[in-house]
Design a protein around this ligand. Sequence first.
Ligand SMILES: *Cc1c(COP(=O)(O)O)cnc(C)c1O
Length: 300
Amino acid sequence: MINYNIQNQKISFNNSISVVVKREDLIHTFISGNKYRKLKYNLLKAREINSSALLTFGGAFSNHIAAVAFAGKKYGFNTVGIIRGEELEHKSELNPTLAFAKSCGMKFKFISREAYRTKTNLEFINQLKIEFGTFYLIPEGGTNELAIKGCEEILLPEDADFDYVCCAVGTGGTISGIINASNKYQKILGFPGLKGDFLQQDIRKFANQDNWKLITDYHFGGYGKIKPELISFINKFRRDNNIPLDPIYTGKMMYGIFDLIEKEFFPPNSKILVIHTGGLQGIAGVNDMLKRKNQPLIEV
Ligand SMILES: *Cc1c(COP(=O)(O)O)cnc(C)c1O
């Protein structure tokens, strides 16, 4: 599939804690990080069963929508995106994420937030089949058994040295794969970018060990909520380490890790591996929004 070479990049601190970032964001600009991991076995399956179309769900800035659209174009699938927010249909201009997905040939269906909540109902899916013909269905955020299998490939044998592995959490698919691939003595810390009480249960469905914990203090008010403090952290982090972060997931996670280091959450000499799950395509859309609100922008 995609050729890539993952780098582990060390960040320096003035203490005994070692932090290394696994640059999964460098896999690809649009099928980046965990979205590549989650799609890999799903695309192979879709091809195996001769499916000609992929259908999936997402919000207007979704990294998953961008990834599926690009994968469809690259590997020869038609793509349909069911997008949350019917008001978007009548906007004169699509945001950068949707404009990109459209340029890859993705067809959209914009639905209300209420309808979006019923998207896993059989009735709703059958209606989509009538409208779009047969398709290979990829759930919201791409999380299913095959996605977890792909995410189990994020950790490599040489990562067994780390005491902690940190990753951002949305649906919990990525962290589940990491948990399954980890060693019992390692602690896996998940940083949700949203408020979600359902997450614990969702992760328990897929994860086969209990060496993990969610750190729920760094969602900054909820999914897609952004504060100037977060933006200035992301900008400083990039200047100091030459690593870009996205404001929806990885920026919040890294902010949390730095805060925890400051608060001496990690014992001396801890070795921390941070998974950079990508998501950088979303920056352009967030910057458009920040510009309209006259707030500081993410430096690119
Ligand atoms: C989608 C996404 C996540 C969340 O992954 P889940 O498997 O849904 O928990 C984390 N980071 C980035 C950059 C993402 O795009």
